[in-house]
Design a protein around this ligand. Structure first.
Ligand SMILES: Nc1nc2c(ncn2[C@@H]2O[C@H](COP(=O)(O)OP(=O)(O)OP(=O)(O)O)[C@@H](O)[C@H]2O)c(=O)[nH]1
Ligand SMILES: [Mg+2]
Length: 397
């Protein structure tokens, strides 16, 4: 099964707590503070892997959780940073926030790497708080919680051109003629159930990729048939190869049916330049005329996938209308090697939760009720623990 959508939960790890410890040495009755810092919680990272074809490797797995950082300990030992959890997706995957639908990253480049949930920072150990006037700090910071998000992953294939047309028009036959791909061809509608990419070799040694998708029918945009949900794979194509079975009925009408579905889908598909391919020329010495006049139609080709007639001219035209793309601008060294990375805003906390010998202390501007309770619970507060907030000392119920 081809999987082009997935919904997952990414949970980064919590930071480790800072150590609360004092040096114990022979003949040193009152040793100084020596609690080390907590380690960072693990991030959840998404990486674009050029070897993956779809999202099926994620099937059945919906939660990706990184571990928490190690706690700081005595003798200034720092807790270990937790490892990142990496999930690999095919190139072309769009990562969106499931709650508001906003795009977090568009994984267009092989190897692109995006942190989708950041691990929490480790808390500082009490050794970090020693000052000349406070030589025995009896508290340490707790680690910060990691980010957690519900994410929607949606693969939109990276193709230079895409085939569009009614079922049985000969789209898969055309991809077999044009490229190295061998999609299934049969004399019934909806033979193609999942998109296929083919690589076309050009006259000048260049290569282009062409996507074959399931056929569209009237009403596809309302959910009839199965073509509509695959239209996302046309979105990135620079050019559409609109295949019409010219041996069967009125070619103008058949063109219009598909065109309406493209317009209903939106995303600019109804403005995309097209090469109209009137297929099955072998069946009719004089195929039905095609008279649609439209600025988007760059050329009309009469071909036969059965005999190969017209195919070379079509390939030449495909390459003419998909000129080489400008190479991506050089990225300055030191920057991540992808351009579509939008880091999640890092929320700055206006308070910290410190762990003391007998409980917890909240410093800074404490938040209101529920958020404070969550923060304390996340810091590991237990029944009976003392919580100092400002001048007040509360006992956790
Ligand atoms: N005579 C003739 N038959 C063709 C030609 N091109 C395709 N066919 C036949 O038309 C039928 C449909 O071809 P496909 O390539 O499977 O059509 P499709 O558009 O991919 O169909 P779906 O995947 O169902 O949308 C098959 O029986 C092909 O052999 C052609 O140029 N001439
Ligand atoms: Mg097909």
């Amino acid at each position: 099964m081809f999987n082009d959508r997935a919904r997952i939960r990414a949970e980064a790890g919590r930071g480790g707590d800072g150590g609360l410890s004092f040096r114990r040495e022979k003949y040193v009755p009152k040793g100084g503070p020596d609690g080390g810092d907590g380690g960072r919680g693990g991030d959840v990272v998404v990486v674009a892997d050029p070897d993956l074809r779809d999202l099926s490797s994620l099937r059945g797995k919906t939660r990706f959780a990184a571990k928490r950082g190690g706690n700081g300990r005595g003798t200034r030992k720092h807790g270990a940073d937790a490892e990142d959890v990496v999930l690999t997706v095919p190139v072309g995957t769009v990562v969106a926030d499931a709650e508001d639908g906003s795009t977090i990253a568009d994984m267009r480049t092989p190897g692109a790497r995006v942190v989708v949930a950041r691990g929490g920072g480790g808390g500082r150990g009490n050794a970090s708080f020693a000052t000349p006037t406070r030589q025995t700090p009896r508290f340490a910071e707790t680690g910060l919680p990691g980010e957690a998000f519900e994410l929607e992953l949606h693969l939109k294939l990276m193709a230079d051109a895409a085939l569009a047309g009614l079922p049985n028009a000969g789209k898969s036959s055309l991809l077999r003629r044009l490229s190295n791909a061998k999609p299934k061809v049969a004399d019934y509608p909806f033979t193609t159930l999942a998109p296929t990419l083919g690589t076309v070799d050009g006259p000048d040694g260049r290569q282009l990729t062409v996507a074959d998708v399931p056929g569209l029918i009237e009403g596809a945009s309302e959910g009839v048939g199965l073509g509509h949900e695959f239209l996302a794979h046309l979105e990135r194509a620079r050019l559409l190869l609109h295949v019409v079975d010219a041996s069967d009925g009125d070619a103008d009408d058949r063109f219009a049916v598909i065109d309406r579905e493209l317009a209903a889908y939106g995303a600019g598909l109804d403005e995309r330049p097209q090469l109209v391919v009137l297929n099955k020329a072998d069946l009719h010495p004089e195929p039905a005329p095609f008279s649609v006049q439209d600025a988007r139609i760059l050329e009309v080709h009469r071909v036969s996938c059965a005999t190969g007639e017209g195919i070379d001219e079509l390939v030449a035209s495909l390459f003419r209308h998909c000129p080489p793309v400008e190479p991506e601008p050089e990225i300055a060294p030191g920057l991540p090697e992808f351009l579509d990375y939008r880091p999640a805003p890092r929320t700055r906390r206006r308070y910290r939760v410190l762990r003391t010998g007998s409980g917890f202390r909240v410093v800074g501007t404490p938040p209101d009720g529920a958020e404070l309770e969550d923060a304390l619970r996340a810091a590991g507060v237990k029944k009976g623990a003392e919580v100092e907030i400002g001048d007040e000392v509360l006992v956790w119920e």
